[in-house]
Design a protein around this ligand. Structure first.
Ligand code: ADP
Ligand code: ZN
Ligand code: ZN
Length: 731
């Protein structure tokens, strides 16, 4: 067949036709270099045919073939095509997204030498004793005597670059660049670390998963933080690895802690690779290649690790499955958890989704028998559940937002030598600044959104478009110099706490303090070493970090979450609350959780505190059901934005008009809009949306499929920026 269809990384929902030079026959899934306008481009062969929509003599020849074999396993190939269709996103973009950057750029799919630290003969002969006064060097040398360490592992293993350089100067270690020699980990596989003896629920869960580990099965492993889910993962992986198969472990974006990785590495003497944001492009390609050749046993990574091409994938684990970072929020808006279930089905292997606070969607899938639930109800070891109290803020005098009972409790916990964690989901000094005379409020003109006051930088910053300006000396309206800030952010909390707890080290973790690469890891390590006693943070601090010495957790302001326009905010609040309260008091220390609110009688709070997350979830699900909201119905949002607030609503209105006349329209279809999006103005653009809701995914998909050809013919399609979000997680 002479015509070859090539997917290119462009935002057009089609492939492009080329002819083959004699003698070349690239397979589907291989990259080719093709003429593209006046330039050349890398594309991926998707298919062949006899004919083309264009006359054959108009087609160009491909320049060259880059791969002899497909870069995609058959299952990944099917999933990516399915996903392109389901998310209505161009196949070229989807296929390229699934490849490491170097392969997108046309680099050959073969290994390159990587930097690796190793102990020299001198290093091996050096006694650990002699480095007593340089503990970091001592630690690094001990590890390097045991095994060489790739440069990209240095930070994850908590080694210090300066210590390595010092050891190198002493001639005890050196750096070499070499091709990793492929090694088969299977013959020597052994469990290194100590296995804990599982409690009854853990043993039941492990038994259930193991009994069906050669076929597709979707498990929800529900268990509070500290109930021993990770121990269950490790136990079931033992069997998978023993069969010579590989495993993929997905974690949330900021849940990738050195402790988690260390636990996997300590348990098995098999290669564990980590896909994290600190890797450079060659290191990413190296991991991709090691997955494909079967050299790596386990890959731990965030969302996009899902697209790793395993040779013998045997199991997928998703930790904190409810986490919103599994949904990509720009470009191709896929949901990695849902695609992972699909991948498990395609590969006919089990998938285990773990969470202390399962997503309502996941619980709904359990109710419908699509997933099976395994529960760990207690905390492993001896940790007792934390005691929980509501503090009614009405009429209370507050110091930097802290009520007297909270301050008292902080003192008690600190006196006992423990750590205290305070949550406030607002970074900056204060969420707004206004004029005391005329009530002018500093507002970002591009966003219709209040500026946040950042005192340390002496700036006003818009948290929507990132624009910033110096704090004005005078009110621009009445020239008064009496400008005041209102509300409390994490920065003010930190400043205000210092005089109240003068001898107590405080660490703040939010997007401002952790913007520098590596700083989050640094702070977390400080906390673990006990160098900080009061921890302040936004929800960033909530995710996946285990601090055994934290015995008091307080949520300073829960009212914002109770009264939100987004129907998911109660779910997200309940998850945050349950996650952070699960952090309080481990390792045999009684924990305490305090919530400050003006609405202690709110039914959600009552159910959550007096019963459980589970009770809350059942309550929320029945409410969603009666309101015809997801997961009982499905959503697709069409979004459009413009500069003049005219084109976008018009553009969406035309789509609405078309939908009204569609043959597929029935009584169950609900179309909302066009309406301005939440925070409609952002970065000088006006954002509008059209929400489609239907109980049947198929109907909704077909409607959109029929609608899209029309959309691209609308004159506004070129003037507005529009996107489509299937199964959105924000509205
Ligand atoms: P999760 O992943 O649910 O947060 P972990 O697996 O990390 O829970 O377990 C929490 C703590 O309890 C860890 O310190 C772990 O070593 C310990 N642990 C887990 N299972 C057991 C067990 N069966 N016996 C004793 N300790 C356990
Ligand atoms: Zn004024
Ligand atoms: Zn702005």
């Amino acid at each position: 067949m002479p015509v070859v269809h090539v997917a290119l990384p462009v935002l057009l929902s089609r492939t492009f036709d080329y002819l083959l030079p004699p003698g070349s026959q690239p397979v589907a899934g291989a990259r080719v270099c093709v003429p593209w306008g006046k330039q050349q481009a890398i594309g991926i062969v998707t298919d062949y045919s006899e004919t083309s929509e264009l006359p054959l003599d108009k087609l160009k020849l491909i320049y060259s073939t880059l791969d002899h074999a497909s870069l995609f396993s058959p299952s990944l190939w099917r999933i990516l095509h399915w996903a392109s269709d389901y998310y209505h996103y161009p196949i070229g973009e989807v296929l390229f997204h699934a490849l490491p950057i170097l392969l997108r750029q046309g680099k050959l799919a073969e290994a390159t030498p990587l930097g690796q630290w190793f102990a020299t003969d001198l290093g091996h002969a050096t006694l650990q004793e002699s480095l007593k006064r340089a503990p970091k060097q001592q630690q690094a040398l001990a590890l390097l005597k045991h095994r060489p360490v790739y440069r990209h592992e240095v930070s994850l293993l908590e080694l210090k670059e300066s210590a390595l350089q010092a050891l190198r100067t002493k001639g005890m270690i050196d750096l070499r660049y070499q091709l990793a020699t492929p090694q088969d980990w299977r013959p020597s596989l052994a469990v290194l670390g100590e296995r804990l003896s599982l409690n009854t629920e853990q043993a039941t869960a492990v038994g259930a998963i193991r009994s069906q580990d050669e076929q597709f099965a979707a498990w929800l492993l529900a268990g509070v933080t500290g109930s021993g889910k990770t121990e269950v993962y490790l136990s079931v992986l033992e069997n998978i690895l023993a069969k010579g198969r590989q495993a993929l472990v997905l974690v949330p974006e900021i849940g990738l802690t050195p402790q988690t990785i260390a636990r996997f590495r300590k348990r098995f003497n098999a290669p564990v690779d980590v896909l994290h944001s600190g890797l450079n492009d060659s290191e990413r390609l190296a991991v991709w290649l090691r997955a494909r050749s079967g050299e790596v046993a386990i890959i731990i990574g965030t969302r996009s690790a899902l697209f790793s091409p395993f040779q013998r994938l045997g199991m997928i684990i998703i930790d904190e499955e409810h986490d919103s970072s599994y949904k990509q929020q720009e470009g191709w808006r896929y949901n990695a958890r849902n695609l992972a279930v699909l991948r498990a089905k395609e590969e006919n292997i089990p998938i285990v989704m773990g969470s202390a606070t399962p997503a309502l969607e996941t619980l709904h899938n359990v109710q419908r028998d699509k997933y099976r639930q395994l529960t760990l109800s207690g905390r492993a070891g001896n940790a007792k559940p934390a005691a929980q109290y509501l503090i009614d803020l009405k009429g209370m005098p507050l110091k930097v937002g802290l009520s007297p009972p909270l301050l008292k409790s902080m003192q008690n916990h600190l006196k006992a030598g423990n750590q205290v964690m305070l949550f406030l989901n607002r970074r900056g000094y204060a969420p707004a600044m206004l004029c005391h005379e005329c009530v002018w409020i500093a507002e970002c003109k591009r966003c219709d959104y209040y500026y946040t006051f950042h005192q340390n930088q002496h700036q006003l910053r818009c948290h929507h478009c990132d624009s910033q300006l110096p704090v004005p000396h005078q009110c621009p309206k009445c020239s008064s110099t009496h400008l005041v800030s209102v509300g409390i952010g994490t920065e003010q909390l930190q400043n205000g706490l210092a005089p109240l707890f003068p001898d107590t080290p405080i660490t703040r973790i939010d997007r401002d303090t952790t913007s520098r690469k590596g700083s989050l890891e640094q702070y977390l390590a400080d906390i673990h070493r006990g160098e900080s006693h009061i921890l302040i943070g936004t929800q960033m601090l909530a995710k996946g970090h285990h601090f055994p010495n934290v015995t008091l957790v307080a949520l300073l302001d829960v009212d914002g979450a109770l009264f939100s326009a987004d129907f998911r905010s109660a779910e997200h609040f309940a998850q945050l609350y349950t996650q952070v309260s699960g952090r309080a008091g481990r390792a045999g220390k009684q924990g305490e959780v305090l919530l400050q609110t003006h609405h202690p009688d709110h039914p959600f709070l009552q159910i959550l505190l007096q019963q459980s997350y589970d009770a809350f979830a059942q309550h929320a699900l029945s409410e969603r059901n009666s309101l015809f909201l997801p997961p009982y119905t499905h959503h697709i949002i069409l979004r459009a934005e413009d500069h003049d607030n005219q084109q976008a609503p018009h553009f969406l209105q035309q789509q609405r008009n078309w939908l009204e006349t569609s043959q597929l329209k029935d009584d169950s279809l609900w179309v909302l809009g066009p309406v301005p999006a939440l925070h409609a103005k952002r970065g000088g653009r006006f954002r509008w949306q059209l929400l489609l809701q239907h109980p049947s995914r198929q109907v909704l998909q077909q409607l959109v499929k029929n609608l899209l050809p029309l959309v691209s013919t609308l004159p506004q399609a070129r003037k507005v920026k529009w996107t489509l979000d299937v199964d959105p997680i924000d509205s």
